[in-house]
Write a protein that binds this ligand. Sequence first.
Ligand SMILES: Cc1ncc(COP(=O)(O)O)c(C=O)c1O
Length: 412
Amino acid sequence: MIIFQLTNKELPAIAGGRPVRDNFLPYARQWVEEDDIEAVRAVLQGNWLTTGPAVAAFEREFAARVGAAYAAAVSSGTAALHVACFAAGVRYRDEVITTPLTFVASANCALFLGARPVFADIDPKTYNICPEEIEKKITPRTKAIIAVDFTGQPADLDAIRMIARRHNLVVIEDAAHALGAMYKGHSVGGLSDLTVFSFHPVKHITTGEGGMVTTNNEELYRRLLLFRNHGIVRERELLVENQGPWYYEVQDLGYNYRLTDIQAALGLSQLKKLDRFLARRWQIAAIYNEAFAALPEVEIPCSVPGAISAWHLYILALHLDKLAKSRREIFEALRAENIGVNVHYLPVYRHPFYRQLEGPGNCDRQSFFCPRAEELYERFITLPLFPAMTDQDIADVVAAVYKVITWARRSR
Ligand SMILES: Cc1ncc(COP(=O)(O)O)c(C=O)c1O
């Protein structure tokens, strides 16, 4: 149990006081231990650096952990989204519906294939894509829905699956934030047509860079493998012709999105620790929830009944009407306390690159605009949350938030 030393009478550092801590606490960080390093060393001393047994073992263990029939390891979460869109059959001029409140890769993957991302607004309570808004955006060109489990909270997967069935669409779940999350008693990873994960260092487990796509559909799996490896086919029974034992064919345009065995060894070793990492994330989120529920100036994240979040991100939504300072001033005050707060995310369509996509025959501002995502983006602040945080780190975050909110509070 942590006893909070609330220093809320003190001046914040931004106004000339002493910061809560002397060194900077990032919002997220990997946790790599000696046994992880040993696992990587063993691969470096072996025969296979890529496309070897460590990749196969990582895929097997990962699929088993998330309850999926198949898993294909790739070089990043972005590659995983690209591969998944290809497998889903997304092509030139198709439309793919996704949330604006996500990392840009969730929408870019449609553009990679010449398709057009379409944004459906979020549910203001869960911050995830809203099924009714998805329905409004469906056209004859819609091919797929990319549902992001934002912050680690599973999207409304049953409702999304029903919509997809009715309109013959593929559901790609972007679970880059949600490794270890549960939805109605099942692990995220075996619930959608395709589920995408990232192993970037800020995520639940890391391979440096890396990603995974899981599916229960053998045909989709075959297409994942094809796109990951230059569109190359080697299976004798699938070749157009067979010129001999050396012979392979390129049957589609693919990429080199392979994960190395060096990375897979790290992934395998990290996967063994996933439950420990998740338990610590849940513990930190519970401490934050308890501490910040008492602050009327902020809204804590909602916990959706029937779902268990993987708590990749912990986001406070500021009640700006109760505060005399702006989000930016509060953000800068927390940074001055050496708390590595962040903001997730500027709605994707507001990035300059997306703005220049707007135009006749392409994307008009009206069809992109999502007012709920806009409103919440202006109020969000992400607090540090990662399993290697010490009890003192957690206490520092709580103390800094109390100190800064007390300073920023509107006098009553
Ligand atoms: C929701 C989401 N999707 C996809 C990605 C892309 O993953 P990667 O960085 O591994 O390419 C990220 C990365 O932060 C993400 O947050």
